[in-house]
Design a binder for this molecule. Structure first.
Ligand code: CP
Length: 309
């Protein structure tokens, strides 16, 4: 099958059709096997990835860098924009024009929704969205789907509960498109004030005909096959009191799991605050650290497919 990702940007999960997602997951499985068998590849030898992180990150930046190094390539970049000429007033467009003359591919994380789209406009090389404001985090969704496939041995026909801040959480936005694409039913569980944006809900139904339920009770996640629970996004609240109101609204703990579907898997993009109790970390249902580890093979697959035919 032709590699439809070759030479392309990756800004939103909505740009990918099901065949392309399946081909990324197949390549991810090959990369995962390579890592498990401790084999190496230099398929991206002499290629350079620039990681431009205008917002904090642990997993996204380090797993992209690891992925590029494991493919035989090199990395440049920054994790603190205050050490760059942005602080002198350089615009994002000028930064991107310059960096795209240094590197073969750019991964950008930025606090502003739409920043990755803007970067792609000015770049001569492919741009990957590593998270733009509250909008999207497409490579996160791809390794979320990979995790489901590895754990459940299927991707379709399941009940998926998504819990937390639907309004501000970019991994939720990308993940919802991913699970809807594969014909899963979604229950969005959130406080009334943090519900899924209406436009997004309508778009999910229009694109994929997905069955959506909405609730504010964590009890409605108990019969799910997958429960996805990111932290409440403190940095997106302008009023700290509003954040405090919702910070501890939901928790997945032993009590929840004792009443839930025995095979439920608990997923999170991490970092974890208090929404997942640490006392379930060793339970078979908890797959969030494994999920984070899958960031490397999936990002290897994405880099390889964008940069080589
Ligand atoms: N999941 C995720 O994006 O984590 P980081 O913010 O640490 O990159």
């Amino acid at each position: 099958m032709a590699n439809k990702l070759f030479g392309k940007n990756l800004i939103s999960l909505t740009e990918l059709d099901k065949d392309t997602v399946e081909s990324i997951l197949a390549e991810s499985a090959a990369m995962n096997k390579l890592l498990e068998e401790k084999r190496s590849t230099d398929v991206l030898k002499n290629r350079i990835m620039a990681a431009l992180f205008f917002e904090p990150s642990t997993r996204t930046r380090l797993s992209f860098e690891t992925a590029m190094l494991r493919l035989g390539g090199g990395t440049i970049g920054f994790s603190d924009a205050s050490t760059t000429s942005t602080i002198k007033g350089e615009t994002l467009s000028d930064t991107i024009k310059v960096v795209s003359s240094y590197a073969d591919i750019i991964v950008i994380r930025h606090p502003k929704a739409g920043a990755a789209t803007e970067a792609a406009k000015y770049s001569d090389v492919p741009v990957i969205n590593g998270g733009d404001g509250a909008a999207e985090h497409p490579t996160q969704a791809l390794y979320d789907l990979f995790t489901i496939k590895m754990q459940k041995k299927k991707l379709e026909g399941m009940k998926v509960a998504i819990v937390g801040d639907m309004k501000n959480t970019r991994p939720i936005h990308s993940f919802a498109y991913g699970v809807a694409m594969f014909n899963n039913d979604i229950t969005f569980i959130s406080p009334q004030q943090l519900q899924i944006p209406t436009e997004m809900e309508k778009d999910l139904v229009k694109r994929y005909g997905v069955k959506i339920k909405k609730s504010d009770s964590i009890d409605d996640a108990k019969d799910a096959d997958v429960v996805y629970i990111p932290r409440i996004q403190k940095e997106r609240f302008s009023d700290p009191k509003q954040y405090e109101k919702f910070a501890h609204y939901y928790t997945i703990n032993k009590k929840f799991l004792s009443k839930a579907n025995d095979d439920i898997i608990v997923m999170s993009p991490l970092p974890r605050l208090t929404e997942i109790s640490t006392d379930i970390d060793d339970m078979k249902n908890s797959v969030y650290f494994k999920q984070a580890a899958y960031g490397v093979p999936v990002r290897m697959a994405i880099l390889k497919m964008i940069l080589s035919k």
